[in-house]
Design a protein around this ligand. Structure first.
Ligand code: UGA
Length: 450
């Protein structure tokens, strides 16, 4: 039975995981090589914005069930299993850069050489099919001098959504365990049984390669759903009075399809979908298979930016000389993460015109600044962002933007016009100003213009 758990990599996946295990009677030691991050966490401060995390971190630190370190030796001495949650970014050609995971496994292997105990390694970073049983197993055996049985190895994918990470850790739809042998499987299963207790979710036990494929295929499927509805949204825009939102509701009522991930918008962004979809395409290529469906969903995703720019131009009669207010910069609401944010992509596209851009986001201003630099004006309030503007574009559907109404737009904007790129608003409420939205039928949009 394993009670002491290590977590390597305290990012969006690792830190919530470490805090969650520490809150459920496990002794957890979290490791990150970034010593600044470690100092911050020691003080009870989270380097990321994640719902409920700040409070939970403080609690588990005070209770002494979570400890953090930069020393692998300390982590291995004080744990019997560790979850590896380091990043697996993209190489320029779209394939996965396995540098960080290799580095982590190498050091774990070298450290294990001098430690006389069974140790279970659980890989949680997203990696191409075959990596656990080949690359990771080989590195571990070579560096530690140990054979399977003296150590254990599993691939155990995460399905956390940013902003909902803790919720998803405590209430997962399923647990996938890709174990290399029976002992590894039983030990990891036992960890989860004690973590979830009465509310144990369904478990699928399989090989590491299937588990690795399940992770990629899940993300690619979800991205496919979004690109599918975005394709329908482009069609709706060419049809009188059609509305993609109603179409999504209608097809989503079929239980086999489901309504989730059918919200049309600027497309899928973030640290996972773009990276995983490209890596999957590359992986197919390496296997001698052209994944045409995957190529198409990437193409549709890109075309949603052009689609939004086209709508913006039509709405205000050309962009040059205009002042544009962008509401929302995070890749989705509930996070300060701007990695591969579609809002940022849209701004980059708009900046190709002679425009002045003002931006607002409840949480992501600081992180966006690192990408956009001085090219745009950063505003602390929605009102400031709207001031003297000719076009307001809703790019990320934060709940605080829901309150926006035509009176407010009229009050602050020079020429009130709203482009809803996330379908947050009821067009009925904006009849007196220029209004357009992704996936809203052409004639209806035109007839709404004043
Ligand atoms: C995604 C998956 O949802 C998680 O299950 C997975 O564990 C995670 O990636 C990962 O691989 O680590 P996340 O990137 O946090 O989670 O964000 P999502 O909520 O899935 O949203 C991704 C993107 O799709 C966002 O840009 C969002 O705006 C967009 N989206 C989502 C839509 O455009 N329409 C939708 O209907 C849903």
């Amino acid at each position: 039975m394993i009670n002491r758990i290590g977590v390597v990599g305290l990012g969006y996946v690792g830190l919530p995981l470490a805090c969650a295990f520490a809150s459920k009677f496990f002794k957890v030691i979290g490791l990150d090589t970034d010593s600044e991050k470690i100092e911050l966490i020691k003080k009870g401060e989270t380097p990321i914005h994640e719902e409920g995390l700040q409070e939970l971190l403080k609690k588990v630190l005070e209770e002494g069930s979570l400890k953090v370190t930069s020393s692998y030796r300390e982590m291995i001495e004080e744990s019997d299993a560790c979850f590896v949650c380091v990043g697996t970014p993209s190489n320029p050609d779209g394939s996965v850069d396995l540098r960080y995971i290799k580095e982590a496994v190498e050091i774990i292997g070298e450290t294990l050489r001098w430690v006389d105990k069974y140790f279970l390694l659980i890989i949680r970073s997203t990696i191409p099919p075959g990596t656990t049983s080949n690359l990771i197993k080989n590195i571990l055996e070579e560096r530690s001098g140990k054979k399977l049985g003296q150590y254990g190895l599993c691939f155990n994918p995460e399905f956390l959504r940013e902003g909902r990470a803790l919720h998803d850790i405590f209430n997962p739809d399923r647990i996938i365990i890709g174990a290399i042998d029976e002992k590894s499987r039983e030990l990891l299963l036992d960890i989860y049984k004690r973590f979830h207790g009465e509310s144990m979710p369904p478990v699928l036990i399989t090989s590491p390669i299937n588990a690795e494929l399940i992770k990629y295929a899940s993300n690619v499927f979800l991205a496919t759903k979004i690109s599918f509805i975005n394709m329908i949204s482009q069609l709706c825009q060419r049809l009188p009075n059609a509305d993609v939102k109603v179409v999504a509701d209608g097809i989503g009522m079929d239980k086999r399809i489901g309504r989730e991930f059918l919200d049309a918008g600027l497309g899928w962004g973030g640290s996972c979908f773009p990276k995983d979809v490209k890596a999957f395409l590359k992986f197919g290529e390496e296997m001698g298979l052209r994944l045409k469906l995957v190529e198409s969903i990437i193409e549709i995703n890109e075309s949603q930016i052009e689609n939004a720019v086209k709508l913006a131009k039509e709405l205000v009669g050309g962009l040059n000389g205009k002042r544009i207010s962008i509401l929302g910069l995070a890749f989705k609401p509930g996070t300060d993460d701007v990695r591969e944010s579609r809002a940022i992509r849209l701004i980059e596209e708009l900046l190709k015109y002679d425009v002045e851009i003002r931006v607002h986001d409840p949480k992501a201003l600081e992180k966006a600044k690192k990408i956009l630099g001085d090219g745009v004006t950063y505003c602390k309030t929605i009102e400031e962002c709207l001031t003297s503007s000719d076009l307001c574009i809703l790019a990320t559907e934060w709940p605080e933007y829901k309150e926006l109404n035509q009176e407010l737009l009229r009050k602050y904007m020079r020429n009130p016009a709203l482009l809803d790129c996330r379908r947050l608003y009821d067009p009925e409420g904006f009849k007196e100003i220029k209004f357009a939205a992704i996936g809203l039928g052409l004639r209806e949009m035109k007839s709404m213009r004043v």
